[in-house]
Design a protein around this ligand. Structure first.
Ligand SMILES: Cc1cc2nc3c(=O)[nH]c(=O)nc-3n(C[C@H](O)[C@H](O)[C@H](O)COP(=O)(O)O)c2cc1C
Length: 170
């Protein structure tokens, strides 16, 4: 059994958390793993925030309409990208997934909450006093899972092909 593929297959978005805190060593390790993601031209155009303060979490949850559960997570990560860099969205998305998988490796569940293209991206940046050259790409709510929902996935044969794509109707 391969440890990494088993880890990837065991991950599910979790939106209900127990009140247990997440160890600071885990927070730092997850951020380090995020910062090791590949980036176009190795620019690493990002900034990673970790928010544990309950008042700030409640404020972020109040802004993010699809992330109300952020109020009850142990730690919320905020991933910002340098908006002048062409590939900041891809780079920060790769970092977000690294962060999520690193958390999973430490037994910490999480959920990616949209940031990029959301009207609350700018208010969240201002709330966290992040410099204007950055824009919010993603939020990741994390903690000990209280409830796990398994999302249905498309069958591999519907989303993959080998060599040349062929439609099923011929
Ligand atoms: C770019 C992106 C944005 C997302 N935004 C939200 C969000 O705002 N709120 C939320 O509850 N889940 C959000 N999710 C999580 C997805 O809903 C989740 O990944 C999907 O339902 C599949 O479930 P799984 O992660 O358990 O495989 C987001 C995921 C991605 C990749």
């Amino acid at each position: 059994m391969n440890v990494v593929t088993t880890l990837i297959k065991s991950r599910h978005s979790v939106r209900k958390f127990k009140p247990d805190p997440v160890n600071e060593i885990v927070v730092r390790d997850a951020i380090e793993c995020a910062s090791l993601a590949p980036t176009a031209r190795n620019l690493q155009p990002w900034l990673f925030g970790a928010i544990k303060d309950k008042e700030t979490l409640a404020k972020i949850a109040g802004l993010a309409e699809n992330g109300k559960f952020i109020a009850d997570c142990a730690v919320c990560f905020a991933i910002f990208g340098e908006k002048k860099e062409m590939y900041y969205l891809e780079d920060c998305s790769a970092a977000t997934e690294n962060l999520i998988l690193a958390l999973q490796a430490h037994g910490v569940a999480s959920c990616w909450v949209a940031g990029d293209k959301k009207p609350y991206a700018e208010p969240v940046r201002q709330l966290l006093k992040v410099p204007d050259k950055f824009t919010l790409v993603s939020l990741v709510a994390a903690g000990t899972p209280a409830d796990i929902t398994i999302a249905k996935k498309k069958a591999l044969k519907l989303v993959s092909f080998a060599e040349i794509y062929e439609t099923e109707d011929h």
